[in-house]
Design a protein around this ligand. Structure first.
Ligand code: CMC
Length: 428
């Protein structure tokens, strides 16, 4: 492979360096292009733009590969836990048992919210979107921990990271309880990460919720599968906000906002709404697939397609198996699972989907597991955010302190009017 790429603009030729990643991915370094040629590149939606060099997560979309710090997602889903995976993502290695104990103790220590912060929930009206509450409360953590805002101190970063991973779970559960008009359940120091979350969601003043261990494990795997996904919309947002020097709390709060949209994290809600409405309206799978292909109809098969995966999404395979196992365990037949499987089969056999390399993504089956756990649809994207927190933190840290990137500032090709004279109000 050449070490430089050659660009010819009119009579002039330019050499551009080629950067090669550890998995043999090739990129043309255009960082000096404008200085050398006066040109910029244009790539709306950034489909061909590498915004950074990163050593956290590797995806090969053609071969359906996803690895965190080199470890295949299948191995993590089989043998690891969400907390161990969070450590792997943020600190670059699987923890020793002492490190894991210490990290877990740290998380337990930080699981409570300050009482003033707990009272914040009262100001949100009933029915407030939980993603709005989550983003607002995460941002407001900056008011409670000013000592953690502008620091390059490794220990303080660890402290902020542990607080976020632990508290996002408490905030998520509180936003649900508040929305339901129920009293808020404090976290329990003796319960592990996922069990504790389910406790805060479902325990009553007179009865502790005792979840089946298989359900707790399913939640753990679900969070782990969402823990990072390289430079997606919300992660790029976190890195961009952090690149201005903004603190970690503000940066991840912005990530939550980016995740909210239905083309990103909000897709898991859209999938369940789609499946429910197909069932309610009695539309056949064949007709629905037909509607989706009709561009005039303006609807998409939610939970299908991915900017990067062009073969299959490895997370979707794992989640589908988990969904089946969870439903078998609780001995429940969810008609949505059957419908999702039928839709998947019909779409995968259809030329429209084949030609565009559209496969089920992580969101296609995750809603089925969340429903089985009793999580309401309004909380689905919040669950995604809980899972993604370690990835956001790892990516923020890398941008800020490892690669020490410049402030992220794309350029544009201006297409508006050329210079126009100002017309005073009296003459308009
Ligand atoms: N249903 C029907 N057609 C689709 C779909 C779909 N789900 N996804 C893409 N297409 C078509 C699209 O209309 C276009 O067709 P044409 O070439 O004829 O114009 C072609 O496939 C390429 O689509 P695109 O919009 O250029 O692809 P993209 O890479 O910009 O978008 C996507 C990726 C995930 C936003 C898109 O596939 C989509 O909207 N999927 C449904 C929403 C969804 O499930 N999102 C969750 C993504 S995974 C979780 C996450 O990381 O956030």
């Amino acid at each position: 492979m050449p070490e430089t790429a050659n660009l010819q603009l009119g009579e002039k030729k330019f050499d551009l360096p080629v950067v090669v990643g550890s998995e043999n991915e090739h990129a043309i370094d255009i960082s000096k292009l404008r200085d050398q040629t006066g040109y910029i590149t244009l790539d709306e939606g950034y489909g061909n733009t590498g915004s950074c060099q990163s050593s956290i997560t590797f995806i090969d979309g053609d071969r359906g590969i996803l690895r965190y710090r080199g470890v295949p997602i299948e191995d993590l889903a089989e043998q690891s836990s969400f907390i161990e995976t969070a450590h792997l993502l943020i600190w670059g290695q699987l923890p020793s048992s002492e490190q894991l104990d210490s990290f877990s103790r740290h998380l337990t220590h930080h699981q409570f919210l300050r009482e003033q912060l707990r009272q914040h929930f009262e100001v949100f009206p009933p029915g407030s979107p939980p993603m709005a509450v989550l983003s607002a409360v995460l941002n407001s953590l900056a008011c409670f921990y000013p000592e953690l805002l502008d620091t390059e101190d490794e220990e303080l970063f660890e402290e902020a990271a542990a607080r976020l991973i632990s508290k996002v779970r408490t905030i998520a559960a509180y936003s649900y309880k508040h929305d339901m008009g129920h009293y808020l359940v404090y976290p329990h120091p003796e319960k592990d990460f996922c069990e504790n979350f389910l406790h805060m969601m479902f325990s009553e003043p007179y009865r502790d919720y005792e979840p089946d261990p298989a359900l707790v494990r399913a939640l753990d795997v679900l969070l782990l599968l969402h823990a990072d996904h390289e430079q997606n919309c919300s992660t790029s947002t976190v890195r961009m906000v952090g690149s201005s020097g903004a603190n970690l709390f503000a940066s991840v709060a912005a990530g939550v906002s980016a995740l909210w949209g239905r083309l990103h994290g909000g897709a898991n809600v859209a999938v369940v709404s789609m499946l429910e409405s197909i069932l309610e309206q009695g539309i056949s799978v064949k007709d629905y697939v037909q509607q989706v292909k009709d561009k005039e109809a303006g609807i998409r098969l939610m939970g299908f397609g991915h900017r990067v995966y062009r073969n299959f999404d490895p997370r979707a395979k794992i989640i589908k198996k988990q969904a089946e196992a969870v439903l078998a365990k609780i001995q429940r037949d969810d008609p949505l699972l059957g419908l999702a499987e039928e839709l998947e089969g019909a779409a995968l056999a259809d030329d429209y989907f084949k030609e565009r390399s559209l496969y089920p993504n992580v969101d296609f089956y995750s809603g089925v597991i969340l429903r089985a756990l009793g999580i309401p649809t309004s909380m689905f994207t919040v669950m995604f955010a809980m899972g993604r927190m370690p990835g956001w933190i790892a990516q923020w840290y890398e941008d800020r302190f490892v690669t020490r990137g410049r402030i992220h500032r794309p350029r544009q090709v201006y297409t508006g009017p050329t210079e126009v004279c100002y017309v005073p109000l009296s003459h308009r």
